[in-house]
Write a protein that binds this ligand. Structure first.
Ligand SMILES: Cc1cc2nc3c(=O)[nH]c(=O)nc-3n(C[C@H](O)[C@H](O)[C@H](O)COP(=O)(O)OP(=O)(O)OC[C@H]3O[C@@H](n4cnc5c(N)ncnc54)[C@H](O)[C@@H]3O)c2cc1C
Length: 351
């Protein structure tokens, strides 16, 4: 579906729209473009899509390593959630979680999860999208009415429109020094969002964890903040598999500590919460875990020689819902822009 624009050179790879990042925001933007018959190229650094919404499998156990569940505040997101439920990808998990003393919070709004893990969300959004995995973008710089995207393997891709969806500090680092200087004040609002790191651990056990339904507790301790028994949650039927999230204080203190040291510290701290012995523990560091503050916008647009969009959980109130709605809003804005430019200029510029 990609069409050729006038500034394409014969040896360059060209795409009308390039989306950097196959997390929920990048994938939901791609979904909107696909629904309007436009095929963007999605570039993803990792070997899998999903970003901070991902399910890992280790030795037969399944672990949600980032987001554990999601909530719905806006009708538009309820619509998407209902569609995922209808497709069998998502279900209501619970209406509240107990704390470490076993006292449950008052039952309230639904907490949803993926039926086979949180990866169900990116899997549903990614259907039909052109995603290039293991493709880390190194730099983007303005060409003549286009963006030049340099990929770590040396490839250069041209695009009329770029959407950046990594956490904002990482997204801003991708913009060339010259463009950062030139765009200056336009980028300033994006520099105000800070992210809290989180160390997550996949913990295999010799037997039951001792947690009870719904299979997760808020610990809020000095080292451990959260525990999920993925077997009780229903995503790891064959093996006892616990996800642990370290506290903010621990994650910040151990930003640079070697992971094997972190794993020992976590194993010691976790033993008192778990009924069965730990057989293995594998830690993962989310440098940009959760935004500490968000912007009062659905997405952000910088108009340079070619448009540069930003979306993600720094917008729309954050979390799974905010990331998805931000991607949808950016996808709609890009779709509308392409439709208008096609109508007014009479020549295709993307899609
Ligand atoms: C430990 C943890 C627990 C959480 N718990 C919850 C929860 O229970 N409920 C909830 O609602 N939310 C939760 N969240 C937040 C939620 O996971 C995020 O808000 C959401 O997944 C963010 O999606 P995103 O698309 O904005 O960003 P991301 O998921 O970060 O997606 C960005 C993508 O860009 C890719 N990328 C980055 N740099 C490059 C590059 N240079 N080139 C190519 N690709 C690149 C990344 O690999 C990633 O796939 C949690 C997050 C963490 C870390």
């Amino acid at each position: 579906m990609a069409r050729i624009s006038q500034h394409q050179l014969p040896h360059d790879e060209y795409h009308g729209v390039v989306i950097v990042g196959a997390g929920l925001s990048g994938l939901s933007a791609a979904r909107i473009l696909l629904e309007h018959d436009m095929q963007p190229l999605v570039l993803e650094r990792e070997s899998h899509a999903g970003g901070r919404c991902m399910t890992a499998v280790h030795n037969g156990g399944a672990y949600d390593m980032g987001a554990q569940f999601f909530t719905v505040r806006r009708p538009e997101f309820q619509h998407w959630t209902d569609a995922w439920i209808g497709a069998g990808a998502v279900r209501e998990w619970t209406r509240g979680f107990p704390d470490i003393s076993g006292i449950s919070e008052r039952a309230s709004h639904p907490r949803y999860c993926g039926v086979a893990g949180m990866s169900a969300l990116p899997d549903a959004l990614a259907k039909g999208a052109q995603i290039r995995l293991n493709t880390s973008v190194k730099r983007i710089s303005e060409g003549r009415a286009c963006w030049l995207i340099d990929v770590e393997n040396g490839t250069r891709i041209k695009a009329d429109i770029v959407l950046l969806t990594p956490p904002l500090p990482a997204a801003l680092r991708l913009i060339s020094d010259e463009n950062t200087w030139r765009m200056g004040a336009l980028l300033l609002p994006l520099t105000g969002v800070e992210y809290v790191p989180c160390i997550a651990a996949a913990v295999a056990l010799d037997g039951p964890s001792g947690l009870s339904a719904p299979g997760a507790i808020r610990v809020d301790g000095a080292v451990v903040a959260w525990l999920t028994d993925n077997q009780i949650k229903g995503i790891s039927p064959d093996a006892p598999a616990v996800t642990a999230h370290a506290s903010r204080a621990f994650s910040e203190r151990h930003r640079d500590t070697p992971l094997d040291v972190v794993e020992k510290l976590l194993a010691e701290a976790l033993a008192r919460f778990l009924k069965s012995p730990i057989t293995s523990l594998s830690a993962y560091r989310w440098d940009y875990g959760i935004p500490a503050n968000t912007l009062q916008k659905n997405f952000y647009l910088v108009e340079g020689r070619a448009p540069l969009y930003f979306a993600g959980d720094a917008f729309c109130g954050g979390q799974i819902e905010g990331a998805t709605l931000s991607g949808i809003a950016a996808g709609k804005a890009i779709t509308e822009r392409l439709r208008l430019s096609k109508n007014t200029a009479g020549r295709p510029v993307g899609g």
